[in-house]
Design a protein around this ligand. Structure first.
Ligand code: HEC
Ligand code: HEC
Length: 132
């Protein structure tokens, strides 16, 4: 009886240690190959969040900006710059950051903490072509 309880205590302690160290592990294994506007040391979670928010703002899927792999067209070649939409997204990002810095006083993407800011959705609202 007592042994069993010890065993459970040890297992849960181990779980705390393992989960704890996984959470504080640096994201070094997620070095992206071709980041020109986003921070080069961006974490996997932050990059995924940015990509999802851009997709939602434009009402598109990942393949709107990312070209398929040559050897495996079922998959996307994320670092590849073949699609002009990807470069357009970079310049849109720079423009958006500039507006926020100049007129809203933000230095970076932490802007969502503030009440006022411009983001992709401010203009796009789920539409890749807001001018139409
Ligand atoms: C509106 C265009 C756009 C959409 C939609 C988009 N991306 Fe991206 N993605 C970019 C741009 C631009 C970069 C490069 C950012 C930079 O230069 O800092 C990038 C970079 C990446 C990278 C890093 C590649 C590397 O190693 O350099 C990954 C991974 C990625 N995107 C995944 C996704 C996924 C997954 C989706 C769908 C959920 C998605 N993207 C949707 C424009 C887009
Ligand atoms: C101030 C308004 C505004 C903001 C903010 C904005 N966009 Fe745009 N975006 C536009 C307009 C207008 C166009 C159409 C331009 C054209 O057709 O020449 C456009 C076009 C684009 C295109 C090209 C679409 C196509 O069909 O080829 C992409 C990609 C894009 N935006 C991505 C983004 C992303 C990503 C963000 C946020 C980082 C963003 N935009 C923020 C106004 C905006």
């Amino acid at each position: 009886m007592c042994k069993k309880r010890n065993f459970i205590a040890i297992i849960s302690l181990l779980a705390v240690v393992i989960i704890g160290s996984a959470a504080t592990m640096p994201d070094e294994d997620h070095t992206y190959k071709n980041l020109k506007v986003l921070p080069k040391n961006i974490s996997h979670d932050d990059l995924s969040g940015v990509m999802k928010s851009w997709s939602t703002a434009l009402g598109v899927k990942c393949n709107f900006c990312h070209a398929p792999k040559v050897d495996n067209p079922e998959k996307l070649d994320f670092p590849n710059d073949a699609k002009p939409e990807k470069e357009m997204a970079r310049s849109m990002y720079k423009m958006t950051m500039k507006i926020n810095k100049k007129y809203f006083g933000h230095e970076d993407m932490e802007g969502e903490k503030a009440v006022l800011e411009v983001n992709c959705n401010t203009c796009h609202r789920g539409n890749a072509n807001p001018e139409k």
